[in-house]
Each structure stands twice: as C-alpha cells, then as structure tokens.
Design a binder for this molecule. Structure first.
Ligand code: ATP
Ligand code: MG
Length: 260
C-alpha cells in the first residue's frame, strides 16, 4: 500500500479507497462496489466532503425513527461492512436493531465473510446468511430480493445505507419506512426513501451512533415530533442547492434550517 501524506487534499478519500481495495482482496467487496463508490465520491467532492446541516437534520430524524420502531433492521452490503462495520454494530445495539446481510451479488462465501467481520466487531446475531434468506421481496428480480423472514421481511423500519432504487421502492411498497444514506440527492433511492441522509456513510454512521446515544432517553412524543417535522423532499432540495453552490450554508455554524 502506498503511504498517503496527511497534507494531501484528498487524504481521507484516498485512505477510504485503499480500505475498499483491501476489502476487495479479502472477499467482502465486489468490483462493482468500487465503481458505485466512485460515483459517490463525485457527489462528495461537490458537497465539499463534509456533513451539511441538512444531513445532520436527516441523521437526527433517522435515529428518532429507529428508536421509535418496533422491529428495526440495519441492512448491510459489502461496502457498508467494509467501511463501517463497527458503527453498524454500535448503532444496532443502541437502537435494538437487527443486522442483516443483503447483497446484490450474493455468494455464500461473501455472506460468511461479512458475517464474520460483523461478529469480530461485536455483533451477536447476523440475519440473512445462507438458508435464513428464504423470503422474497415481491417484484424484485435481483438476488437482493432474498431477505430473512425474521429480519427485513418483518421489519417496520429498515436502514439501508447504499441501497439501489428498485429495492428502496419495493420496500416502501411493502409498507416499510426506509432510511437511506446516499450522496446523490437525485437518485431514485434518495427520492423514494422515507428519510435520506445525503452524506458519506464514513461520516454519517459515526454521527448516527452519537445521535443515538443522545436521543435514546428522550420521550417518544419528542422523537415523534422530530420525525413528523422532517420533509425528505425539502431536505433533498436543500442538499442539491449546496451541491449547485446556491446555498452557502456552513457545516460548522450548527444552525438548523429554521434559523436561515
Ligand atoms: P438509483 O438506483 O437509486 O437510481 P444508482 O443506480 O445511481 O441509483 P447505485 O449505482 O445502485 O445507484 O449505487 C451507487 C450510489 O451509492 C452512488 O451514486 C452514491 O450516491 C452512493 N454511494 C456510494 N458510495 C457511498 C458512500 N460511501 N456514502 C454514501 N453514498 C454512497
Ligand atoms: Mg441503481
């Protein structure tokens, strides 16, 4: 691996790339995952590689939704496992969510490799591996339609970082609330999810863990208010305005949208 100097303007982004390549070699990530990440990087560049105030609002609303859920599930694919397995485990434990492996390019070896990584990070039970993924999401053709009866199939809220549009739409049609993390505010995923966090998962997941610690003790009606007052369409418009340079919001101001 080539050492990356801290002074390099894209240092963090390059480290993430190196990590993904390492995960490709050990069978967690597939080639297509690298390309999908590259598309994400382009949007991140335009956002300024930082978490906007709008992403922060979406993160808080998402955590409130997870805390209110009866059967929350966090869906994990190769890139998610590679980039934030530890935070997935922490967030699942703070919100009493199940963790399910769900792959577009499914193979038993890869499912097992991802399960093992999650267990190394402290997960006790990982759903969706092997025979467990025996139920189908209606109308979906890819291998991603296969879900665990006790996991995504019976969930009321599903966190699907890096989801594709088809499956987000299918999950919503099944009556589930879907939380997506997607750097592209124009994607079908972003448009059809209940809440979309327009941020890099490498930044969003640690912030979700912090928000879960903070909001865990809050009364249900307060959490409910946070979810109700969130508009996904409006949040996406604002994220897009940041990308287009029309909104010079400063991620460090900590202002919420009501103040501007
Ligand atoms: P859709 O099917 O929703 O219309 P798509 O076909 O563009 O979208 P995919 O190719 O399925 O989407 O997935 C790639 C997308 O995942 C990228 O466009 C990017 O927005 C998102 N993405 C990739 N890596 C990250 C990351 N690290 N953090 C957040 N989002 C990411
Ligand atoms: Mg897609």
């Amino acid at each position: 691996m080539i050492p990356i100097p801290d002074s390099h303007p894209r240092a963090e982004s390059l480290r993430v790339r190196e990590r993904l390549v390492e995960c490709l070699r050990n069978g967690i990530v597939v080639e297509q995952g690298l390309i999908a990440h590259g598309r994400g990087e382009a949007f991140d560049y335009l956002l300024g590689e930082r978490t906007t105030v709008y992403a922060r609002e979406a993160i808080r609303a998402s955590v409130a939704l997870l805390l209110l859920a009866k059967h929350p599930v966090i869906s994990v694919n190769g890139n998610v496992a590679c980039l934030c397995a530890k935070d997935v485990v922490k967030l699942a434990s703070l919100t009493d969510a199940k963790i399910e492996v769900n792959l577009f390019y499914r193979s038993y070896e890869r499912e097992k490799a991802i399960e093992m990584l999650l267990k190394e990070e402290g997960a006790e039970m990982v759903y969706g591996v092997g025979e467990r993924a025996s139920m189908s999401i209606p109308e979906l053709m890819s291998e991603r339609r296969r879900v665990d009866k006790d996991g995504i199939y019976s969930a009321d809220v599903v966190l699907v970082p890096l989801e594709d549009g088809d499956r987000t739409e299918a999950l919503v049609r099944m009556g589930k609330k879907v939380i997506a993390v997607d750097l592209n505010p124009l994607s079908r995923t972003a448009r059809s999810a209940t809440i979309t966090i327009v941020d890099n998962i490498t930044r969003a997941m640690p912030l979700m863990v912090e928000a879960a610690k903070e909001l865990k003790g809050e009364p249900r009606d307060k959490l409910d208010g946070m979810v109700r007052s969130f508009s996904n369409a409006m949040n996406l418009e604002r994220s897009l305005a940041v990308i287009r340079g029309l909104d010079r919001e400063d991620a460090e101001t900590g202002l919420d949208s009501m103040d501007r």
